[in-house]
Design a protein around this ligand. Sequence first.
Ligand code: PNS
Length: 162
Amino acid sequence: MKQKIAVYPGSFDPITFGHLDILMRGLELFDKIIIAVASNIEKNALFSVGERMELIGLAIDHDERVIIDTFGGLLVDYVKKVDARCVLRGLRAMSDFEYEFQMASMNRNLNKEMDTIFMMTSKDYFFLSSRTIKEVASFGGCVRDLVPPAVEKRLKEKFPLK
Ligand code: PNS
């Protein structure tokens, strides 16, 4: 039987417990999940693509159902290249909906065979985003409960306390 593969794309700058929550629950639905780190946000990113992929690897600690990869250009082209049909995305508050709806609709317009599957983020991580994590960490705030230990350590190195 053909394996059910999903692509979980994102910036992952850096990965948070919110992302991991979606990944773990996604693994209950799919045989394999390809985490696809977008390389085209490099200029504004805190972490390089290599660092982001490394931090994801440390967070999931070798699960053979998970592949960590990077992509540039259009997501639909990448999804086709890896022979997948589904894209997995997390939805937090209503505010995510409009952007996600636009993106999923545009992707479907570009490839009629592709579907985006949304999972609601668990309530513990509803407020969480990589952007706010970086902001809190940059001012020396504690993000221990919100990101994997390797991410917390790397954020402290990026934002040393003066
Ligand atoms: O974690 P993010 O930043 O919300 O992820 C957004 C991402 C990388 C999934 C999205 O920007 C994307 O797919 N970019 C690739 C370019 C693309 O295919 N755009 C068409 C959809 S409008």
